[in-house]
Design a protein around this ligand. Structure first.
Ligand SMILES: Nc1ncnc2c1ncn2[C@@H]1O[C@H](COP(=O)(O)OP(=O)(O)O)[C@@H](O)[C@H]1O
Ligand SMILES: [Mg+2]
Length: 255
């Protein structure tokens, strides 16, 4: 796939909860395989909803999403059609760790590849160890989630998602619940993935991280895209008043 053809194309995406709360109200977003898209916007604005839709976890009301030029998600006569094969090629890490507490780190990593894909245990373990080594977690292979710091848990969660060779990674405020001193180790792992050309969509309130990782920044509010452009423009000199207000407020909170 070329770097400029759209990897993801979202058109006219509408999403409500129970037909009452209109969360996404006609969202259009295109991203290429070379993009690292950072989404910013007010709390309750639908950022998590958008990522959950992209992950194939939600019903939609209207609109369509293509992946690599092929249909991925669409809404036809009130029913959401999702291509399960595409869904399996997308990885997601959430704000709150979702590791299996009863499995050690290596067990968490090899579960899906062995159960879902039928990979041989020995092969999966080998790949898992390579990933853990790369993330500086080799010595934690047999630790249980409860024995890990928040930063280590998030790095394990990222490694676990990578075990399924995703073609796109989604990160939803993965450092928001961490103590400040643990944020950098998680962001470094994501930056490493970015340098290896992993396409990603990231929701973050960390402006340093956004500036350093984004090829594009999208400001979403009121269920639509308000502004979409390179980080220096959207974060540095936003065109829209709503973007400017939001960025000033976030910076103000941070300083
Ligand atoms: N499962 C749900 N059921 C009903 N309403 C929801 C659900 N999830 C989110 N919402 C509502 O949808 C809106 C957008 O939420 P969310 O996508 O979490 O925003 P953000 O991630 O930008 O803070 C909020 O008003 C929220 O209360
Ligand atoms: Mg959210």
């Amino acid at each position: 796939m070329s770097d400029t053809a759209p990897l993801i194309k979202i058109e006219g995406l509408h999403k409500s909860y129970g037909g009452v709360v209109q969360v996404l109200q006609g969202l259009d977003i295109e991203m290429t395989a070379g993009d690292r898209v950072v989404i910013i916007g007010p709390s309750g604005g639908g950022k998590s909803t958008l990522l959950r839709v992209l992950m194939g976890l939600e019903q939609i009301d209207r609109g369509s999403i293509t992946f690599g030029g092929n249909p991925y998600i669409s809404a036809k006569s009130g029913k959401t059609a999702i291509d399960a094969k595409v869904r399996r090629s997308i990885g997601m890490v959430f704000q709150h760790y979702t590791l299996f507490p009863h499995l050690d780190v290596i067990g968490n990593l090899i579960l899906a590849p062995t159960k879902v894909r039928g990979e041989k245990k020995a092969d999966a373990r080998e790949r898992a160890m390579a990933l853990l080594t790369r993330f500086g977690l080799a010595q934690k292979a047999n630790a249980y989630p409860a024995q890990l710091s928040g930063g280590q848990k998030q790095r394990v969660a990222i490694a676990r998602a990578l075990m399924l060779d995703p073609k796109l990674m989604l990160f939803d405020e993965v450092t928001s619940a961490l103590d400040p001193e643990l944020v950098a180790e998680v962001e470094q792992v994501i930056l490493q993935l970015a340098h290896q050309q992993m396409p990603m969509v990231i929701v973050t309130h960390d402006m340093w991280f956004a500036r350093n990782i984004a090829s594009r920044v999208i400001f979403c509010a009121g269920g639509v895209v308000v502004e979409d452009g390179p980080p220096e423009q959207v974060l540095g000199s936003p065109k829209e008043e709503r973007t400017r207000e939001f960025i000033e407020r976030v910076f103000h909170i941070k300083h």
